[in-house]
Write a protein that binds this ligand. Structure first.
Ligand SMILES: *Cc1c(COP(=O)(O)O)cnc(C)c1O
Length: 373
């Protein structure tokens, strides 16, 4: 009898003595006059890291996207263009505002928005382009910026998966009108649940800060006085304490993601036609989630590949289903790459403390699948 190998999870945060100490301090001291101290510090550390003038901590990236798009006045009858290959959160925020998500195809190399498809999808009702940087890979921000400017659209970034990714030296999330980040337990920086909206537009930030505080304007002197109906998407001081510790370690957290990706790349580089996350010249990839895409002629191997991972007690994940293939949206099979790539792809476990021998086990499953084709 061979003992079944130990479980390799897909994701889990890196929590050290520093995070534990900060969280314990906040639990003991972070009340009364101190009840926003960690939140303010976390926002400062975060905006300094991504290079924006403002940052507003939220309860999730979904909340940041919802509130940010509300602050842009996006609502009923409006359209927002985004990639079909996506986590549902990005589309949910649009739907909650009564607007319509318009799903366009991804590029086969970056797995992000195809700018040509974006251009073709613009209508008089389009209000914004939502650039989601998938698995750490970056959208083509130059071309998307140019399209947005030409059509008078807002360019928004969902950088939930792209902390540490940079385009021509600029951080993901800092290039659009606003950017949203997630600190869910699977993400590079973790606060349990949590998010951040970043922007350098003072008027926009003022609207967001008002909406974020139940419609109470910053500096409002009357108690309990709301001037609009806002949101309650705040982060707690306790969560922010964890965030402060994680931001003090952010260089280490991103560097480790990059080292894990490099570990997989080396283990798999002799397999011709096996695609992985890309890092084009002029960019840095935060490599949130190392992903493999098997050659086009592999066919639909999703079930087989996931069964191999399960057999070896590895939590491999499927590439996002095309959102337009879900029951609540109109199907768009013409988004060929979005429908095709998930059939022959997988996300590989990439948590901070993964060991070399665990990476060996994951790579062995990928190699076995490759050689069975
Ligand atoms: C994780 C994620 C989100 C949602 O983040 P929450 O903090 O869970 O709301 C949004 N968009 C993308 C692309 C994500 O990966």
């Amino acid at each position: 009898m061979v003992a079944s190998p130990t479980r390799i999870p897909c994701a889990k945060p890196s929590i050290t003595e520093l995070e534990v100490r900060y969280a314990a301090n906040a639990a003991a001291e972070g009340w009364g006059e101190q009840c926003y101290a960690c939140i303010e510090r976390f926002e400062d550390l975060f905006r300094a890291f991504v290079g924006t003038t403002g940052a507003v901590a939220t309860s999730s990236a979904t909340g940041a996207l919802h509130m940010g798009m509300a602050a842009l006045g996006i609502g009923a009858g409006d359209e927002v263009i985004l990639a079909d290959s996506n986590w549902i959160a990005s589309a949910a925020a649009i739907v909650h505002l009564g607007a319509k998500p318009v799903f366009v195809d991804i590029r086969p190399d970056s797995w992000c928005l195809d700018p040509q498809a974006v251009e073709a999808a613009v209508t008089p009702r389009t209000k914004a382009i939502l650039a989601v940087h998938l698995y750490g890979n970056l959208c083509d921000m130059d071309r998307l910026g140019e399209i947005a400017t030409r059509h008078g659209l807002a360019l928004i970034e969902d950088a939930a998966e792209a902390l540490g990714s940079r385009w021509q030296g600029r951080h993901a999330g800092s290039m659009g009108l606003f950017g949203a980040f997630s600190f869910h337990g699977s993400k590079t920086v973790c606060t349990g649940e949590g998010g951040m909206l970043v922007s350098s537009d003072p008027a926009f930030l003022e609207r967001v800060r008002t909406l974020a505080n139940h419609g109470r304007k910053p500096g409002e002197t009357r108690q309990y006085w709301a001037s609009v109906v806002g949101f309650k998407y705040k982060m707690s001081n306790l969560q922010a304490a964890l965030g402060c510790a994680q931001m003090e370690r952010v260089a280490e957290l991103v560097a480790r993601r990059r080292a894990i990706f490099e570990g997989y790349r080396k283990r798999l580089e002799d397999l011709p036609g096996l695609a992985v996350n890309i890092e084009p010249p002029g960019t840095v990839n935060g490599y949130w989630m190392p992903t493999v895409v098997f050659p086009e002629d592999a066919g639909d191997i999703q079930d087989e590949l996931m069964a191999r991972f399960r057999r070896d007690n590895i939590d491999g994940r499927v590439f996002f289903h095309p959102l337009s293939g879900l029951p609540m949206f109109e199907s768009r099979p013409e988004n060929r790459n979005s429908y095709d790539i998930p059939k022959r792809s997988a996300n590989l476990p990439s948590f901070h403390d993964i060991t070399d021998s665990e990476q060996d086990r994951v790579a062995a499953v990928v190699r076995e699948q490759y050689h069975s084709l």
